[in-house]
Design a protein around this ligand. Sequence first.
Ligand code: ATP
Ligand code: MG
Length: 347
Amino acid sequence: MTEPTRAAAPTPAQKPEDDKRRTLVATEHLSKYYPVGGGLFSRSDRLLRAVDDVNIRVRRGETLGLVGESGCGKSTLGRLLLRLLEPTYGRIVYDGKDIAPLGQAQLRPLRRKMQIIFQDPYSSLNPRMTVREIVAEAIRIHSLAARGTEEEGMVSDLLKKVGLRPEHMNRYPHEFSGGQRQRVGIARALAVQPEFIVCDEPISALDVSIQAQIVNLLLDLQDELGVAFLFISHDLKVVQHISHRVAVMYLGHVVEQASVEKLYASPMHPYTRALLGSSPVPDPERKRLRVLLEGDVPSPIDPPPGCSFHPRCPRAISQCKKEAPPFAEVHLGSGHKVACWNPHVEE
Ligand SMILES: Nc1ncnc2c1ncn2[C@@H]1O[C@H](COP(=O)(O)OP(=O)(O)OP(=O)(O)O)[C@@H](O)[C@H]1O
Ligand SMILES: [Mg+2]
């Protein structure tokens, strides 16, 4: 692909200690399992492994793109990072501190630093509240401004920042177009001056003509505010455009993570190569692009043994059926990690 990609994350860290300092959120063996089946009166110990042993890292001020087929665990991972879901296992290290064991009260000060933007701005905005009330709600929860003029000034500044007019604050969500509503959702997220925003398919419900505007808004806001994004999308072109680094998920696992340049120019995992080679097809039902690969995705309830991609993999070797591959760098120090026994490696 020839799309321009973003420069490396601002001031890329050279030394390991710098690198560590710049990490905003990292996961260690993060997992979310759901008990399934069994019905009301029978106990079942079958587990759906929505997110399984995930190790990812988002640096301050950078965008980590997250891609993978429907159901692979992207939204679950995004919500786990924000502790909107309870992890089953593993660590979520936010700004140097493991937040996985924290209770709701201890999480409260952190809630301000971490926000989420949803796919469908309409269902995430209360239709009975004006834009002013929607944005001010976040300001009030965290006591960021005195009610009255100060608060109104803040709402007005936020609306300008996301490309809306201050007089829009007295309108209700239904009075806006889809793109404008997403701008309201972004203003609400920004109201608390977050450091990290999970963008869960923020543009896939929008008209194509509007998508670029929202992507550009996110890029501008990142440059201005230094906020980090986890950007979940099915649109690989947009992910390439917006991300500094990209993680690829398959059946609850992150199977590859690299800088956007390396991932798109020399993908190592056969799954990543298949994703990049497949053309996204319009999915009218869900109003977004879905990536279709040959073969069915196995169930996350009884994933195949060994590497869970092996039944669909053109490069599978006997080891792949027996043992799960570690997620590691092929070239030490490259920052390009892959979970594969037989990765594509260009000599
Ligand atoms: N509350 C739940 N209970 C049981 N299973 C769940 C629950 N939430 C999610 N899952 C399952 O976990 C897996 C991962 O779901 P998730 O929504 O994270 O996928 P996704 O990658 O975001 O998919 P999409 O691209 O369609 O949004 C799926 O198999 C899903 O059915
Ligand atoms: Mg999702």
